[in-house]
Design a protein around this ligand. Structure first.
Ligand code: ASP
Ligand code: MG
Length: 456
C-alpha cells in the first residue's frame, strides 16, 4: 500500500493538476491500495485566511474575494472534470457553506482560531473532491474519503495535536478491499467532539505520514515543486544540490531548521514504523528525489545546512544567576506558560547568562514573561532586564556522520571566521547531529555559502 501527497504548488491550476493525475495513474498501476492526500490549490489557504480577516474587520470586500475563490475552483473543475455535475454541485454547496460562515464573521466582526480552522478546511476539502473527479475523468477509479472522520485531534485550533490511538483505529477500520484509490484532504482533522481542526500550516505532509503509518504503507511519497531536500536553500546557495538519501533523524533536524520542503512533525509517524519517505518533484517526475530511511548516506561528513530566519535573540544575564539553582527552571517555565517556542538555547559554564532564540513574533511575549518571573531579581539588580536583539538567524549544520568525528566544528567556524562573519551564540547537543549558531540575518546568505563551499 502506498500514500502519495501533492502540495498546493503541484495543484495550482488545470495544467499542474494534469501532471499530478498522470503520476497518480502510474502509481495506481504499480500496486494495490493507493491513498492520495492533497493540499488546497496553491495560494488558497493564504487567501482564505485573508478573506476571513477581511470579514472580521467588517470590510465587505470579502464577498468579491469569496466569489473569486469559488470561480477559481469552478473553472478548474470544469477543465479537469468537464461534465461532472455531481462534483460541481458539491463544490457549489461547499462554497455556499463557506460564504455563510464568512457572513457570520462579518456580522460579528470577530474571528476565533476555531472558526478560522473551519474556514481553512474548505481549501483541502474542495480540492480533494476535485482531484477525485479528475482521476475518474482520466479513467482512474477514485473516491473522496474524508480525513475529518479519520484523523482525531485535541482542540488546539490552528495546530491541533493528533490522538494517535483513536486515529489509528479509525484508519485501520477503512475497508482495504476497495479497488478505487482514495483521495483525502490533507491538513484537516476533527476533534473527538466533532469540531473541524487543522494540523498546522503545511500540515498535509503530516496527514500523509499519519495515514501511511496507520495503514502500514510500503512508502509515503511527498510530491512537491523541488527535486527533494536540498543541501542548502538554493535561493541563497546556487551550488546547493538535492540530497539523495538521508536518515529520519537528519530529515527531522533539517526540517526543524527551516528546510521547508517537509513539515517537521511528518517524520515521526513514519520513523516509528520504519516506512520509507520520499520527496519527489511533480515537475521532474523521473528524478529520484530524496529518500528518507533509517540510515542515511555514510560517505559524507555533513548532510545539509539550513537556517531559521528572522529570529530574535534574548539573553538573560546577571551576577545573581551564578551558582543559583532553579533559574533555568523558572525561566523556561515562564516561557512555556507564555507559549513561547524556543528555537535554540545556550548557556556557558560560567552560568552568568542563558541565551536563546525565539521567533521574532514571540519576542515581546517572551520579554514580558521573563520580566514578570524575575521581577525581584531585576529590581535588586541581580539580573539585567532582558532585551531582544532582532533580525538574527539560527544556522544549523546537520549530519549524522559528524558524531565522533573531530574537526567539524573547527571547519565550520574557521570558514565563518575567515570570511569575517561574527557568531553570536553556539549550541551543540550531545547527539552531535547538529551544530547550531546564531548570526546576524544580514550575514545568513554569506554564512550558508562559505560553509557549503567548505563541505560540498
Ligand atoms: N494548505 C495548507 C497550508 O497552506 C496545508 C498544506 O499545504 O500542507 O498551510
Ligand atoms: Mg503546502
Amino acid at each position: 500500500m502506498k500514500v502519495i501527497k501533492f502540495g498546493g504548488s503541484s495543484l495550482k491550476d488545470a495544467e499542474t493538476i494534469d501532471r499530478a493525475i498522470r503520476i497518480i495513474q502510474q502509481k495506481a498501476n504499480e500496486g494495490p491500495e493507493l491513498c492520495v492526500v492533497v493540499s488546497a490549490m496553491g495560494g488558497i489557504t493564504d487567501e482564505l485566511i485573508d478573506i476571513a480577516n477581511t470579514a472580521a474587520h467588517q470590510d465587505i470586500g470579502y464577498r468579491d474575494r469569496l466569489t473569486a475563490v469559488r470561480k477559481r475552483h469552478a473553472t478548474t473543475l470544469n477543465a479537469i472534470a468537464h461534465g461532472d455535475r455531481d462534483t460541481a454541485d458539491i463544490i457549489q454547496e461547499l462554497c455556499l457553506e463557506l460564504h455563510g460562515i464568512c457572513d457570520g464573521i462579518y456580522a460579528l466582526g470577530e474571528l476565533s482560531q476555531k472558526v478560522l480552522d473551519r474556514v481553512m478546511s474548505f481549501g483541502e476539502v474542495c480540492n480533494a473532491h476535485m482531484i477525485a473527479a479528475a482521476c475518474r475523468q482520466q479513467g482512474v477509479d477514485a473516491v473522496f474519503t474524508d480525513s475529518r472522520e479519520l484523523i482525531f485531534t485535541d482542540e488546539h485550533y490552528g495546530r491541533a495535536r493528533v490522538d494517535f490511538e483513536h486515529t489509528a483505529a479509525a484508519l485501520q477500520a477503512l475497508d482495504p478491499g476497495i479497488s478505487a484509490i482514495r483521495v483525502l484532504p490533507g491538513f484537516v482533522a476533527r476533534s473527538v467532539s466533532g469540531r473541524v481542526t487543522t494540523l498546522g500550516r503545511n500540515g498535509s505532509d503530516y496527514s500523509a505520514a499519519i495515514i501511511g503509518a496507520a495503514r502500514g504503507a510500503d512508502m509515503v511519497e511527498i510530491w512537491t515543486d523541488v527535486d527533494g531536500v536540498m543541501t542548502a536553500n538554493p535561493k541563497h546557495v546556487t551550488s546547493a544540490s538535492p540530497i539523495t538519501k538521508m536518515s529520519y533523524i537528519e530529515a527531522m533536524e533539517m526540517s526543524h531548521f527551516g528546510a521547508h520542503v517537509l513539515h517537521s512533525p511528518t517524520i515521526q509517524p513514519v520513523m516509528e514504523k520504519g516506512i520509507p519517505l520520499k520527496v519527489c518533484n511533480t515537475f521532474n517526475p523521473s528524478f529520484a528525489g530524496t529518500l528518507i530511511v533509517q540510515a542515511g548516506e555514510h560517505n559524507r561528513v555533513i548532510t545539509g545546512i539550513s537556517t531559521v530566519d528572522n529570529v530574535s535573540f534574548i539573553s538573560v544575564q546577571g551576577s545573581g544567576m551564578v551558582g543559583v539553582h532553579g533559574v533555568a527552571g523558572r525561566l523556561f517555565t515562564a516561557l512555556a506558560q507564555a507559549e513561547v517556542n524556543l528555537i535554540m538555547i545556550s548557556q556557558g559554564s560560567s552560568e552568568h547568562s542563558i541565551c536563546f532564540a525565539v521567533q521574532s513574533s514571540d519576542d515581546a511575549k517572551a520579554i514580558t514573561a521573563i520580566r514578570q518571573a524575575f521581577e525581584t531579581e531585576i529590581e535588586a539588580h541581580m539580573m539585567e532586564s532582558p532585551v531582544a536583539e532582532q533580525e538574527m538567524c539560527v544556522l544549523a549544520v546537520v549530519g549524522e556522520n559528524m558524531r565522533h568525528q573531530p574537526g567539524i566544528a573547527g571547519k565550520v567556524f574557521g570558514a565563518l571566521g575567515a570570511n569575517g562573519i561574527n557568531v553570536v551564540a553556539i549550541a551543540q547537543g550531545s547527539s552531535e547531529l547538529n551544530i547550531s549558531m546564531v548570526i546576524r540575518q544580514q550575514d545568513a546568505s554569506a554564512a550558508l555559502n562559505v560553509i557549503h563551499a567548505a563541505f560540498f
